[in-house]
Design a protein around this ligand. Sequence first.
Ligand code: ADP
Ligand code: MG
Length: 675
Amino acid sequence: MERERSITEVPGIGKKAAADLLALGVTTLRSMLFLRPRAYDDRREERRLADASISDPTISCRITVLRHEEFRTQRGMTLKVRAEDDDGTRLEILCFNRNFLKDQLKLGSSWYIYGKVSKIRGIYQIASFEIKRTKEEAGIGKILPVYPLSGSLTEKMLRRASSYALDALSPMPDELPASLYDRLGLMHHSQAYRALHYPETMEEAEEALRTLSFTELFLLELSMLRNRKMRAKRIGSQPSRREKALLQSLPFQLTDDQMKAAEEIREDMDSGIPMQRLLQGDVGSGKTLVAWLTALHAIDSGKQVAFMAPTELLARQHADGAAALLAPLGVRIAFITGSVKGESRRLLLKSLKEGSTDLAIGTHALFSEDVSFHDLGYVIIDEQHRFGVMQREALRKKGSNASILSMTATPIPRSLALTLFADSAVSTLHSMPNGRIPVRTYLVSESRRAEMYNAVGVEFQRGHQAYFVYPRIDDEGEGDLRDVTTMHDFLRKEYPGIQSCLIHSRLPDDEKMQILRSFREKKLQYLVATSVVEVGIDVPEATCMVIEHAERFGLAALHQLRGRVGRSTLPSYCFLVYGSNLTDDAKQRLNIMRETTDGFCIAEKDLEIRGPGEITGEKQSGFLHLRFASLTGSIEMVEMAREEAEKVVQEDRGLLKAENAPLRQALAKSGERGI
Ligand code: ADP
Ligand code: MG
C-alpha cells in the first residue's frame, strides 16, 4: 500500500502544530479530511453593522478607515481605528496586541472585515476580527468550516490544512459500488469531502454528512456481516491446561456469564480469524478474570498477550493481580509504561522482542514506537472507552493480526447493540458474582453530615474501609468547594487514631501505587481522594464511598466511583453529599443514582438526560470509531446500511465482482471498522 502523506507536508504545519493535531486524531492528509467541522461560519451574505443583533452580532462587510487613535490598557497603549461601513454606520476597531495594523489600515483605505460586534453606549465595537484587502481573502461570500481546536492551533491553520489536503488527495476513488450512488442519492466521494469542509450551501453540508455517515455505517455493517458469516462454523474449543489450573486455584466459582464469555472468546481465537470483540459488564462484574483466563488460552497456544489499561495506577494494579494469579502458573510477565526507563526498559523490550515474555501489562506506552513483540496474538484493552483514537490507531498498527478484546463498563444501549452487532461480537456479563449485595445509596444534605460521619465510623469499627472523594486537590481560592487537602485535616480530627492517606493525580505514580497497596493490605482504613480512584480500582473490603459535591459529577463518573465498593459479600454504602441550589438535571442525576445500581439502566437514563445529540462521534460511541455517523440519531440509517450490506454479502460475500472492488479496497484501507 502506498505510504500515507503526512500532515506536516502542509506549509505552515510544523512539529508543534503536528503534535496538537495529534490530539484531534489528525496525522495524515487523509485523516485531516476526516476531521469533521464542529460548525460552519456562513459568510455568504454581506452583513453590515445595521444587520448585527444581539442574537447574531456577526458582521461581514466592507469598511473604510477614518481615523487612528490610541487608548490605555494594562499592557500599554492600544490602537483604536475608527471606521464606517458602506451605510456610513460607525465602528471602532480595537486592535489588542495588533498595533502593527496601524501601518496597514491607512486613512481612507477600504477593507473587508469579519467578526462579532458589540454595542457599547450606542457605538459598535469589534475586538476579535479578520480584516482583509479583498472579499475573497476575508472569506466573504463563502461558508467556512469551524474545526475543534487544541493547543496552539488556529482555525486559519486548520482551514489551510483542509484545503491543502482536499487538493492534494483529489480525485478520491469512491468507496461504494457505483449503483448505490444513484439509487440512494449519495454524493460521490471526492465531492462529499469537499462539501463537508467547504460547502456551497448549508444543505450541501448536510448532504455530505449524510453520505459520509451512510458510507461509514455501511462499511461497518459489511465487515461485521462478513465476519459473522465466516465464523458461523463453531468448532467447540476446550480450555487449555493453564486455564484449568487457574480455575482450580480460585477461591470462588466463575459466574455463568463469565464462563460463557470466556468460551465465546476462546472459540473466536481458535477460529483462526483475528477476533474483534467487546466484553461489556457492569463495574465489579469480574471482567478482569475473563481477561486472564483467555490470556492463558493465547499463551498456551504459544502467543504473546498485551494488556493495556488507561492509567498507570490501574496498569500497576493489574500487574499485581497478574503476579498473584498467573505468575505461579509460570507465566512470564512484564510491566511497561512511560515511567519504565533506562536499562530496565531495554531489558524488558529485548525479552518482549525475543518472545521470552508472555504477558505485557501497561498503559498505551505498550504500543510506543520502540516496543516490538515476537508474536503478539492477543490484545486486551481495559476500560477501552478511555482511550483516544490515536492510541487505538497505534495499537492497530502494532498487532495488525492480533485478536482484540475491548472491555468496558460503559455499555452501548441494548437497542443499538442489537442493530449494530446482532450480538455476534459482544459478550456481556449480566450478573454479578454470587453473594454480592447491591450498594445502598443515600443522598445526604448538609444538615445530615454528622449522621453520615457516624455511619462511616461504625464501618471503621467493623474493620471495613472507605473512600472520601472530593472534586478538588486544594483550595484554589474558590472557597465554596471542599477539597481533599482541607478535608483530610478535618477527617483526621473526626476519626482520631484511624490510619488514612491523601491520594490525587499530582502525586507521582509510584507513590500512588504505594498508597493503594497499603490500602489493599488494610494498613490504611480510608483514602481521601479525587476522582483518581474512579476507574477500575479493586479493593474488596472497602464498603463506604462518600462523594462530596456529588451534583458536580456526571452519571457515568458517579456510577464508576460507586463501583469501587460492593465488591465482596459485605453490605456497602454510597453517600452522595450535595450542596444547595441544585439544577433540575443534577436532581435527576442524584435520584437516578439512589434508585438504581444497574449500569445499563444508568447509561440509558444518561442518554435521556443529555439527549442523543451528544452520543455522536468519537467521544461517546468510543469503541465504534465513528467519525460521522450518529448512532442514536439515525437508527433508520443504521438499518438501511445493514439492509444494503446484507444484500451485498448475500450476492458476493468474497467481494469478487468488479462493482464491489471499491468495497474491497475501502475495507482494506480502514483495516478495521467496528470495535
Ligand atoms: P470489573 O468488571 O469492574 O473490572 P473486576 O474484574 O475488577 O471487575 O472484579 C471485581 C472483583 O470481583 C475482584 O475482586 C474479583 O476478584 C472478584 N471476582 C471476579 N469474579 C468473581 C466471581 N466469580 N466470584 C467472586 N468474586 C469474583
Ligand atoms: Mg475493571
